[in-house]
Design a protein around this ligand. Sequence first.
Ligand code: BTN
Length: 320
Amino acid sequence: MLKENLLDYLKSSKDYVSGEKLGEILGVSRSAVWKEIRALRKDGYIIDAVTNRGYMIRDVGDVINSAEIKTNKLIGSKVICFDEVTSTNEECKKLGLNGSEEGTVVVSDTQTSGRGRLGRVWKSKKGTGVYMSILLRPDISPVKIPSVTLCAGLAVCQALKYDFDIDSEIKWPNDIVCGGKKICGILTEMTGQLQKMDFVIVGIGINVNNEDFPDEIKDKASSMFLISRRKFKRSPIAKAVLERFDKIYSDFSQNGFKAIKDEYEKNCINIGKRVNIINRDGGFEALAVEVDDNGELVVLKDNGEKLSVFSGEVSVRGVY
Ligand code: BTN
């Protein structure tokens, strides 16, 4: 707490602040202030210390901490950061079961058992990606939960595109792709009964500074670094996604998927293209026409039949 308060104060002051003054404000000794300054430096903050003037933050490294990520909105109002967890979805689930409020976010520098969709593993190398999970308590029918994932996909797409100049698109339902390769995946998990869910966890994994990928996925995966040849600080990315998600989720909660449908479709790579629908009986090709009000993909088969495809039951591979 002392470290966080000190950080908040230093971040809000434009000039040097003496150790004595900081001690007074925070109700601790000057040596306690110095100890926390050292801890902040270890975290990655670059703090100048000048005799007779005091301390000032000069720069922030690639730190993962609450002070850099939390927002003043519902989503991200409380952010809990870890150096290492098994899975942020798992940590967030514990918070959900303990009654934490909607909008609480868990972020970690690395995951030892990051989970992907369809039981896959989400490789979560330390210091390279954004691994975060958002706790939601939406007042909607469980059948509409897939649309929440679509909201999160749109938030990531907008943040990468408008805030970080990464030309990303959504591959329905919720992969974010760039130059045909995946740079973000989203795993939504629900807790409760089918009729009445307790809460939803939206887990987001973004490949940020990865310089390479294992052979088995390197044709399909990419990162913000590989696309732009720029290195990024991860906390501002997490924060931008949370801020965009807050707006999209609020529009969605009030007016349903139709509130964000146009924007989603505008960013969705599949619309107007031929797609390959893969289901349990094999698959078929069709033209993707739109995303309907339930977030389902409407496709037109070659025999003229129109049908809606539900994100949970098929995977869609673009034919492009
Ligand atoms: C996918 O397979 O496309 C979904 C990947 C989701 C990965 C994220 S990383 C943060 C959160 N915690 C997890 O264990 N998984 C999600």
